[in-house]
Design a binder for this molecule. Sequence first.
Ligand code: ASP
Length: 323
Amino acid sequence: MKKKILLIHTGGTISMHVNEDTGAVVPDQVNPLIKEHDKLEQLASISEIEAFNLPSPHMTPQHMLSLRNIIVDQLSHHAYDGVVITHGTDTLEETAYFLDLTTKFEAPIVLTGAMRSSNELGADGLYNLVAAIRVASCEDARGKGVLVAMNDEIHQAVNVTKTSTSSVATFQSPQYGPIGLVTKTMIHFHHAPLIREYVDVQQLTKRVAMLKVYAGMDPDLIDAVLQAGYDGLVLEGLGQGNVPPSVVPAIQKLVEHRIPVVLVSRCFNGIAQGIYGYEGGGKQLEDLGVLFTTGLNGPKARLRLLIGLNQENGLLEMARFFK
Ligand code: ASP
């Protein structure tokens, strides 16, 4: 029997075309993927929802929350076997991680997108969409949380990141690799997630800032986070999790004001930790009360902090939430 798949469109290059006069890639009035419905019906029984038609730099956590609410509502009232979401690739990893942390269904939720718009040579949108529908229809994909299917690979939301501005092989999971492959004849999972998390979030009213740390950084930007009334800060620190001594007092001031500061590494691989005991070293920062994550990148750590601060049943115990 055909699987029942809910296909939710949110926009992105997968829903755009290139204007041959100007060369600019622009959104379409009518999503070009809608024309492909009959082709997709050969794979599964497809119900489509156009949630948004946004370039993904226009996505906000509020859109992510609306998308989460659509999924919760639809999966609670209809017997779908899986959900596929089309999304712009720029912030796809953020929406994927947001949904991973805020939903808890066995049915697969699979995001996909395209690096080339619908009428460009070598357009990858329809190809990726077909792959995502096949993944969402696959029994082995159940219970694995939110997945990203692009370029014949399947990645976990928590690990995947956009690594190239233009290559169709842009999505990779540094340190860990994909958890499955899409071939012409099968969906092959070779790894499975050990941990699944769920946080209840109904509203987003808090604000979390993110700054990248660099050699010779002055403290004024970190001070500005306090002055502007942010509720939390993520710092993309150096190496194993260090900062220049010049910014330590500003970080300490935030912690004293009970504003959580989370330190991730600006390195592409590895996990930031409290290792170094010198001025600005991760050990010193940890002792000051700075929080570390298990290898999340900056944008995902920011969403985690935002979700934690907005948790339904009051503020999460942040130190535990980030352990
Ligand atoms: N800038 C586009 C977006 O994220 C890129 C894409 O869809 O691949 O909407």
